[in-house]
Write a protein that binds this ligand. Sequence first.
Ligand code: SF4
Ligand code: SF4
Length: 451
Amino acid sequence: MQTTLADRWRGRAEAEEAAAIVRKCVHCGFCTAACPTYRLLGDELDGPRGRIYLVKRVLEGAVPTAKTQLHLDRCLTCRACEPACPSGVEYGRLADAGRRLVDESVRRPLHERAVRAALRAVLTRPRIFAALLGLARQLRPVLPARLRTQLRPARPAGEWPRHARPRRVLLIGGCVQPALLPNVDAATARVLDALGYETVVPPAAGCCGAIRQHLGDPAGALEAARRNVDAWWPQLEAGAEAVIVNASGCGTQVRDYAHLLRDDPAYSAKAARLVAATRDVAEFVAEHAERLAVRVAPAAAAGDAAGAAVAGEATAAAAAPSATGRGGRPVRVVFHAPCSLQHGLRIRGVVESLLARLGAEVLPYADAQLCCGSAGTYSLLQPALANDLRTRKLAALERPAPDLILSANVGCIAHLDAGAQVPVRHWIEWVDEMLGRDGGNPVVRGAETGD
Ligand code: SF4
Ligand code: SF4
């Protein structure tokens, strides 16, 4: 679309970038049907083409209103519209830039500003978040039923592997996951340990910056990126082979560090190298699928040396269970691919293939490309729309009667688990259990903790 930047935006990098993105759009509307909020609300302005038009008008000098802001706020930044677009419009970048430009002109009501400031302050500080979450969990018995459902007890993490390994990888520390789902990092470390890798979490690293980026704090997002580059760089220099991410929302943000820091001479080269070394845990583990497959069911049946060959540990291999569900049949799973995994990182089918190779029956379901409604802080800022999307997503996921719903991002797992009839877990926890390394913290086989 022809777009002429208004004088007030000339020279502003994000406005120039946004205008370049808008110019790629040919207004064809192929993206509209892919958009969850358009499907829910049926309003052109709650779909990608309508939102692009709103941003274009702002770039050309129109004064945005609270209504403009609302339509942009309702966007999940799920990026389901991107693969549907024949012109390669980078809608996710446009949405972030457009929101920032609109927020400069439209002052939010006090309570909205307070909620956003609280989310930025609490969710990005792991210690504060863990303390508040721990307190809330203690108060859980006296909370209203709706809040009790949202606030599941934590599943214990089990042991972190203690073996020294010749090969090493980094795991990003993250912000909410260690407190919300403590078993995910531990399960990741155990699976990597079984493959012969030691997992290091540099203590100085922290939140990837995605929360600040999407809550209109680009300076805070850049600060987080620089802090993580500083924390990870010495480990990479010392021979760590990859930066592993097990929350795809964080992975999408980390993969963007090279772009975010492109104009910073002190960080641009380091960021580019870090991005090249960053792997979603699915990409990394899938390369070892054959070794893991030997380890899972046959190792349990034979109790033997074939499985032990993965990392030379006969005891763990002998304890490995086979991938069976109720009645001895293969465990039936559905995999909810987070938007950040399938649209952000463009990793599609990798986890499903790995799960099937390890013996699970992976069931198809309808509308797998649609967002579950979690979307970072969206479920907190737009709870009605987020709950509608969750209801639709769970109906689709549970229709084939799975034993388990598996996913790959902390936000989706917590959001879906609060409304699901079957357990919702990170897929790495299931692999961990299949390797018999879950330390008595079963995903499939036993009762859940607390509920
Ligand atoms: S990012 Fe998602 S919610 Fe936003 S316009 Fe695109 S498809 Fe719709
Ligand atoms: S599909 Fe792409 S080019 Fe067509 S309207 Fe949507 S964003 Fe614009």
